[in-house]
Design a protein around this ligand. Structure first.
Ligand SMILES: NC(=O)c1ccc[n+]([C@@H]2O[C@H](COP(=O)([O-])OP(=O)(O)OC[C@H]3O[C@@H](n4cnc5c(N)ncnc54)[C@H](OP(=O)(O)O)[C@@H]3O)[C@@H](O)[C@H]2O)c1
Length: 342
């Protein structure tokens, strides 16, 4: 293994657990008195919650806890087999869980439209849309619609889904959109001249992941500004799970360095159940406000109980947020109706 490969591999691994380029956390680590756990969740009876990527990792844990509190949970998953296994597991633990699967492939805009149509035909409210599904650091590839896969799945798929479900969100009192980002957003940069690394030009798996996660935050804050400007009751918030033990890194499993470091990595990562807490808090804590961003309160935001955290300056760039919104509408051909007047 040459030096360049080793250094590159090490950088990828560090990025994978989310500690690459992280700026210092401005908030102090949580004290036991602040610890927010599932015990703090309110009753969710009567609420309808969609979780994308609910068959695995953070999404699975969040869906399970929402169901435990009485919500009707829609598991929006690309694999019906995996989703069925997840439902079986949830129902074994929570026999009266109200869970339903509706197929959703975020890498296929037709599938996003079909999902939205099916959901709207079955439900007349949407209390929380958890845009959780994601892929990380995949080799260069494109989605069904020709979008770079990480940007297309992690951002554009969720952008279109949210736009298509906007009426349900606007018509449900206190509705929320929760976008799951990452400390990896700090690796991202919005280059609007080559947003999706056309033909793989200049592609870096880590930077493309960072861009997609930065886009999650730009979208969150812009959506929140538009909800507020429209006088909507709905809010948009973000969360990240720190470094959590899930299936997210499976694309890297054939890499030699990853194989060598896996035992150490697994020990460094917190459980998926702990990693889901920021998402769950962002989705249901009554004290959450529009534009909030929750993440683990421990060392470098990699583990611990959920607290309010900061994202970087780029994620708050108003011009980038507006431009990303416009570009995303053009690419997906999904618009936001009343939220587009601002
Ligand atoms: N784990 C971490 O340390 C960490 C750190 C920072 C941020 N995050 C973020 O947390 C979120 C959840 O990831 P995770 O860690 O729970 O990983 P995971 O266990 O791999 O779960 C990802 C989920 O997304 C689904 N998914 C992927 N592509 C999809 C598509 N095209 N359409 C629909 N669903 C799709 C996966 O479905 P399949 O099972 O079919 O692949 C899976 O259900 C992601 O947004 C990720 O960026 C995770």
């Amino acid at each position: 293994m040459n030096k360049k490969v080793l250094i590159g591999g090490a950088a990828t691994l560090l990025a994978a657990i989310g500690i690459y380029k992280i700026a210092s956390t401005k908030k102090s680590a949580s004290s036991p008195a602040d610890d927010w756990t599932t015990a703090n969740m309110p009753d969710l009876t009567g609420k309808v919650i969609i979780v994308t990527g609910a068959n695995s990792g953070i999404g699975f844990e969040a869906a399970k806890e929402f169901a435990r509190k009485g919500a009707q949970v829609v598991l929006a998953c690309r694999s019906l087999d995996k989703a069925t296994t997840a439902v079986t597991e949830i129902q074994l633990e929570i026999p009266d869980a109200q869970v339903e699967i509706i197929q959703l492939d975020l890498a296929n805009q037709n599938s996003v439209h079909e999902f939205a149509g099916t959901f709207q035909a079955r439900y007349d409210r949407l209390d929380v849309l958890v845009n959780n599904a994601g892929i990380m650091m995949t080799p260069y590839s494109t989605t069904e619609d020709g979008f770079e896969s990480q940007f297309g799945t992690n951002h554009l798929g969720h952008f279109a889904l949210t736009g298509l479900l906007r009426d349900h969100l606007l018509n449900t009192p206190g509705a929320r959109v929760v976008n799951v980002s990452s400390t990896g957003h700090r690796m991202g940069h919005m280059d609007f001249d080559n947003l999706m690394y056309a033909q793989g030009e200049g592609y870096s798996a880590a930077k493309a992941y960072g861009r997609s996660k930065l886009a999650n935050l730009l979208f969150t804050y812009e959506l929140q500004r538009r909800f507020a400007a429209a006088g909507a009751d709905a809010i948009a918030v973000a969360a990240h799970p720190g470094g959590s033990n899930t299936n997210l890194s499976h694309h890297m499993e054939d890499k030699m360095l990853y194989k060598l470091a896996t035992p150490l990595l697994k020990r460094m990562l917190q459980s998926a159940a702990m990693g889901a807490l920021p998402t769950i808090r962002a989705a249901v804590d009554p004290d959450v406000k529009g534009g909030d961003y929750y993440g683990p309160g421990g060392f470098m935001q990699q583990g611990g109980y959920p607290i309010l955290v900061d994202s970087n300056d780029q994620s708050h760039d108003l011009a980038d947020a507006k431009r990303l919104w416009q570009v995303s509408e053009t690419l997906t051909r999904v618009t936001f109706g009343p939220l587009d007047q601002y």
